[in-house]
Design a protein around this ligand. Structure first.
Ligand SMILES: [Zn+2]
Length: 465
């Protein structure tokens, strides 16, 4: 079982300040983490940090620290009640492995943590280096160690660290990527698991570009089949697919497999609004949202917050009168980070629109009658779209991921929270990250809860409220 650890940029900053004090002595912090208890991967996502005060430690030196474990009592109580993980974190200056002292202190601590909590789930110990890098290990109930499969920080930039540092012999198809972004970025791309939600107009271009950039694995989610009306804008689709009603995810999966670049594809022919699909997305490292409804956007933004996932949202819009008159051709790419601003706080939608879209999806009859009576505003249906606009916005979105993994722009990544393009008005602009979203931020790092994302429709007991 792979176990990974994820934290936000501000949590990482808090750790850096606490773990490397001016006196040069070691310090400790304890993280309470939410979980995604996946079948193939168990993600630990930091929900809350407790910084152990320096003056409460019995002994502090540059290479060791003795801290009062009674600080754990309330944290263990909380972890037991809410199925959270305990992760002990301390800092090393330059020494990039666990020391013998660390081994004996973890072997003394974790068997008792397991005994107290008794959930049989992973708990971990991690180290932050003074250059910011992190690594860690799971410590089981007998004191056995196993490396965390990755540690990553989600902020304006995206950092991923893996225990296996060997540079592989790069295949020829990887040369151009590593020439551009370096072997380290190629190695990160190769290990990433990315969810693409929506595999139609923009999604099919995103999938194509991610696979050609040698992303390790893709989880594709879309409930629809290829229809003849999709053929002018869904990449890799054919008339044969439309006739045989092939699913959009299977067409995309087959195309990626034909490329032969080693990308693994999990094709989920299902709606995002299901427990299964949400869990699959939450097991990934990054989300691309290629959806056209506000309720799906809201769900993905919540998912990004609960599971500390960076979320890149794509939107395209053409206002046409259907007879050749075009008023507006525009698109946007939003980069959302957990604990940051949200699509809601950026004014992309309001909650009334989310409710109307949810009703349209789940109860079309009630939706129609409320619409007729004027109680709700209508959702936009069956909008025009064209392949060249989809390709342009998808390129911006995939470029956004690469720029976050491998910062190369003159201006810092924080100034590219939103890209807007209008082809009808000749506009390209980008906007900076705004204030944190107060509605979503309180859910930071909560991980698995029942119902998932506090979303009644996703209840495992099946009661949709
Ligand atoms: Zn140490």
């Amino acid at each position: 079982m792979l176990v990974s650890l994820t934290l936000t940029k501000s949590q990482h900053g808090e750790l850096m300040r606490h773990l490397f004090p001016e006196d040069g002595c070691e310090a400790v912090a304890i993280a309470l983490c939410g979980r995604r208890e996946g079948d193939e991967r168990h993600r630990l996502v930091v929900q809350q940090l407790t910084l152990v005060p320096y003056d409460s430690c019995k002994y502090r030196a540059p290479d060791r620290v003795t801290w009062p474990t009674d600080i754990l009592v309330s944290l263990i109580h909380e972890a037991t009640k809410r199925r959270l993980a305990i992760v002990k974190i301390h800092g090393h200056r330059g020494y990039d492995r666990f020391s013998d002292v660390d081994d004996s202190s973890d072997q003394a601590l974790f068997p008792s943590v397991h005994a107290w909590i008794g959930d049989g789930l992973p708990h971990a110990s991690a180290i932050v280096l003074d250059d910011g890098r992190m690594f860690g290990r799971v410590v089981d109930e007998t004191g056995e160690f196993s490396d965390l499969s990755s540690v990553n920080v989600v902020g304006d930039d995206l950092s991923f660290w893996y225990p296996d540092r060997t540079i592989h012999n790069l295949p020829a198809y990887a040369h151009r990527i590593s020439q551009t972004f370096g072997e380290r970025t190629y190695n990160s791309l190769r290990r990433l698991k990315i969810a693409v939600v929506g595999c139609s107009g923009t999604g099919s271009h995103v999938i194509e570009q991610l696979a050609r950039n040698c992303v390790g694995s893709l989880a594709l989610i879309d409930p629809d089949h290829i229809e003849e009306k999709n053929l002018n804008r869904v990449l890799n689709s054919s008339m044969e697919d439309a006739v045989s009603r092939a699913s959009k995810v299977s067409v995309a999966k087959a195309a990626v497999e034909r490329m032969g670049l080693g990308t693994q594809v999990l094709a989920l022919h299902e709606n995002l609004f299901s427990e299964h699909a949400v869990k699959a997305v939450a097991e990934c490292d990054i989300i691309f949202g290629c959806v056209d409804t506000v309720d799906a956007r809201h769900l993905l933004n919540k998912l990004s917050t609960f599971y500390l996932l960076p979320y890149i949202d794509l939107g395209v819009r053409i206002d046409a009168d259907g007879r050749g008159g075009v008023d507006q051709v525009c698109g946007s790419v939003h980069y959302l980070q957990p604990g940051g601003s949200s699509l809601f706080s950026r004014g992309v939608y309001n909650m009334e629109q989310v409710r109307a879209a949810g009703l349209y999806r789940t109860d079309p009859i009630a939706y129609r009658s409320l619409l007729k009576e004027g109680y709700i505003k209508g959702v936009r249906e069956d909008r025009p779209a064209v392949v060249q606009l989809n390709g342009l916005i998808a390129s911006l979105a995939v470029g956004e991921l690469l720029a976050r993994l491998h910062p190369f722009r003159d201006e810092p990544n924080a100034t590219f929270a939103v890209h807007r393009i209008s082809l009808s008005h000749g506009i390209y602009e980008h906007e900076s990250e705004g204030e944190p979203c107060s509605m979503l931020s309180r859910n930071l790092g909560r991980g698995d809860v029942e119902p998932l994302l506090d979303w009644a429709e996703l209840s495992s007991v099946g009661a949709a409220a």
